[in-house]
Structure formats: structure tokens, C-alpha cells
Design a protein around this ligand. Structure first.
Ligand SMILES: Cc1ncc(COP(=O)(O)O)c(C=O)c1O
Length: 382
């Protein structure tokens, strides 16, 4: 059995989540819009899950729009809330997930001005370079990833928010990787909208939410009146119940989780530092507690992934959605990392089911792989 170390791609479900979902998979489940007892039970389960999400995030239940995941939530926000007829720009960054960058490209092709902010070498949006672009831009939307999926680097969102007009600019963050890993209290933050996905916080795949108080200008999925007329279609009741439970567990286990993951990551990075020439991207910036994005100078990322897969370790080369493509990561490119080094990048993302032993075994295997290289290669690279 391989050791799973790819929790930023997707995280196995929490046992309590599976237990909570079971009755909604095994028994007849009503349509939450139906008036009979089955429908009322389904409605009540959906609303309880909504309340759990609201409690985790410190927002109103009414703000939670259930979607099919982070991708749909990002699409709904960008395609639904941006005013295409306006001359006011949308500001985002070069280090967003493709589910933000692609809708932005679409908006651009429809005539919307899109400004993409650069990253500094540490993996954070470069605030000094951003300032002249953001201040006085009269932006209609600022959309910045909360924590990057590849590097785990947490972005200086509040500093960027201070550069826009809070009265007229909608603030959105793709918080898919952050929610459940680090505390995020919307009641204390100047953020109007966040997107996220259940399977990144130990919930099921195929369900997520956009949290936003206002109504979209345009629906992404129109049909019935579900989700307060903001997203049509019969609710994924079992999935939403799983998301609610995952949100509850994330809230209850946040401190323990943070401590455990930080310990694994720091121990792994200390062992990695003993391998000559190893590099951890974004290490100097504030990061998610579970993510190490690294490169060994001797191994192409894909070769390393395959070697590790054979040895029983499941890792990823950057964004899972891009793992079939052998182009250097757009995030590392934006950070100014040389293409050859960027192609060596591999991501470890720990989860609650991992132990210190897993981190030790991975580091030992990496060391063995490096030791097995001819000395001439090691000397040249190190
Ligand atoms: C930062 C970020 N945003 C959005 C998504 C999309 O989430 P989903 O695939 O669940 O739609 C992901 C998934 O990898 C992600 O990491």
C-alpha cells in the first residue's frame, strides 16, 4: 500500500463524514424542494450543513451557495458577478488556479479589462509592483487566491484590499486550499466572497460552495429556484451533508490539525535540507502547514514522481489539474524560477492520516535516489 502524500489534490474523507453521509446514500432521500416528509428531511439536512459552513467561516448561512466544487464556485463568481459592460477592470494575479485564470481569459475575450499582478520570488503577490496598478484603478473586482495550491504560500490579501475602494470593489478569494487548514473568519476580514471545495477539507468530491452576500448579475446554472435563485438544480444532498460534516470537523480539529501538519512539514523540510542542492519554493513566506514544494537538481519532476510512485509514495508535480502536461508550472514561472529548475518541482502535501514515519521514509527514499546517481552528476548539480 502506497503512502498518500497528495492532500492538496484531494484528501481522503474523514471517517465521521462517511458516517454522516451513509444514511443519505443508503435510504430513500427526498428532493429538498418536495413538500412531503422525505423532502422536508432532505431540506433540513441541507440547511444544517449550510449552518455548519457558516459557523466555520463566520458568515451568514444565507450567503452560502452550494456548488459542484471550487471550479464552479470560481466560475460563478467571475462570470456571474463581473459587469461586462463596465470599463472598470478586474484585478487578479498570475498565480491563481486555472479555475480562475480560464474564466478571466473568457472575460477578457468579452472585452473586460483584466490586470494580473506579478508574484515576487517568495511566492507572494509583489505588493510594491501591485500598488501603482491597483491604487486608483477603480477596480470592480479584486480576486486573489488565499493560499496557493502549489507552493502553499498565503497571499497578502488584506494589504491588497487596502489599495482598492472597499465601497465599490468586490473582494473575492479562492480559498480552496486554505479553508480547513488555517482559520478563516469572514466576520473579521474585508472579504466579500470566498470559493472552496469539500474534498480539500476531508469532505466528498464534487461539492463545494461560493460564499457571497449579494446576488449574481447573471446565473451560471439557471433552472429551478434552488439556492435562493443563485444556482439551479436539485441539491447534491449526500455531498452537501458530507461538506457540512467536514466543515464541523475542520472547526473542531483546527488546532490539532495545524499542529500535526506543521510538525510533519517542518520535520520533512529539515531532512530535505540535508540533501545537497535541494530547494523548497516559497519557504521564506507564510505558508499552509501541510505543503512543501521542492526540487532536487538532479531529477526531472516527472521522473522523480514515477520513481517515488514505484517506491510506494504518491506525490504530485504542482497543480494536479496540470499533471498530464510537462510545461513548467505557471506559478513557478511567475516567481521567476528558471524553467529547468521549475520542471524538477514536486509537491508533498501532508494530511491527518500521515505520520512522522511517512515523512522520514520519504526523505530517506529521496536520499537513496540521490545516492544512487553517479558521483559526477551529483557533483555537477550540487
Ligand atoms: C486553489 C484551487 N482552486 C480551485 C480548485 C478547484 O477545485 P475543484 O477541482 O474541486 O473544482 C482547486 C483544486 O485543485 C484548487 O487547488
Amino acid at each position: 500500500m502506497s503512502i498518500y502524500l497528495d492532500h492538496n489534490a484531494t484528501s481522503p474523507m474523514h471517517p465521521d463524514v462517511i458516517e454522516a453521509m451513509m444514511p443519505f446514500l443508503q435510504n430513500p432521500v427526498g428532493n429538498p424542494s418536495s413538500l412531503h416528509s422525505f423532502g422536508r428531511m432532505a431540506r433540513s439536512a441541507v440547511e444544517s450543513a449550510r449552518a455548519e459552513v457558516a459557523q466555520l467561516l463566520g458568515c451568514d448561512s444565507a450567503a452560502v451557495i452550494f456548488t459542484s466544487g471550487g471550479t464552479e464556485a470560481n466560475n460563478l463568481l467571475l462570470k456571474g458577478y463581473v459587469d461586462r459592460g463596465s470599463k472598470r477592470p478586474v484585478i487578479s494575479s498570475r498565480i491563481e488556479h486555472s479555475s480562475v485564470l480560464e474564466p478571466l481569459r473568457q472575460l477578457q475575450s468579452e472585452g473586460v479589462e483584466v490586470i494580473l499582478l506579478d508574484s515576487g520570488p517568495d511566492g507572494q503577490v509583489d505588493l510594491e509592483a501591485a500598488r501603482p496598478l491597483v491604487e486608483n484603478s477603480d477596480a470592480q473586482l479584486l480576486s486573489i487566491i488565499y493560499a496557493n495550491n502549489e507552493t502553499g504560500v498565503i497571499q497578502p490579501l488584506q494589504a491588497l484590499v487596502e489599495m482598492v475602494d472597499r465601497e465599490t470593489c468586490l473582494i473575492h478569494s479562492d480559498a480552496t486550499q486554505a479553508i480547513g487548514k488555517i482559520p478563516l473568519d469572514l466576520s473579521q476580514m474585508a472579504i466579500d466572497a470566498v470559493s472552496f471545495s469539500a474534498h480539500k477539507l476531508r469532505g466528498p468530491q464534487g461539492v463545494g460552495a461560493l460564499v457571497v452576500n449579494s446576488k449574481p448579475r447573471q446565473l451560471l446554472i439557471s433552472g429551478g429556484d434552488q439556492e435562493n435563485r443563485r444556482r439551479g438544480g436539485t441539491e447534491n444532498v449526500a455531498g452537501i451533508v458530507g461538506l457540512g460534516k467536514a466543515a464541523q470537523m475542520a472547526r473542531l480539529e483546527m488546532d490539532h490539525k495545524h499542529h500535526h501538519l506543521t510538525q510533519l512539514r517542518d520535520a520533512f523540510e529539515a531532512m530535505l535540507a540535508d540533501i545537497p542542492g535541494s530547494i523548497v519554493f516559497g519557504q521564506q513566506a507564510p505558508r499552509l502547514p501541510n505543503t512543501t514544494y521542492f526540487a532536487l537538481p538532479y531529477y526531472h519532476g516527472e521522473t522523480l514522481l514515477m520513481e517515488l510512485d514505484r517506491a510506494g509514495f504518491a506525490l504530485s508535480s504542482g497543480s494536479a489539474c496540470h499533471s498530464a502536461v510537462t510545461e513548467p508550472s505557471h506559478v513557478l514561472k511567475a516567481m521567476g524560477v528558471d524553467d529547468n529548475l521549475a520542471l524538477n518541482a514536486v509537491r508533498v502535501s501532508f494530511g491527518m492520516d500521515n505520520s512522522l514515519q511517512d515523512a522520514e521514509q520519504l526523505a530517506a527514499r529521496l536520499q537513496q535516489l540521490v545516492d544512487s546517481l553517479p558521483a559526477v552528476i551529483r557533483q555537477a548539480a550540487g
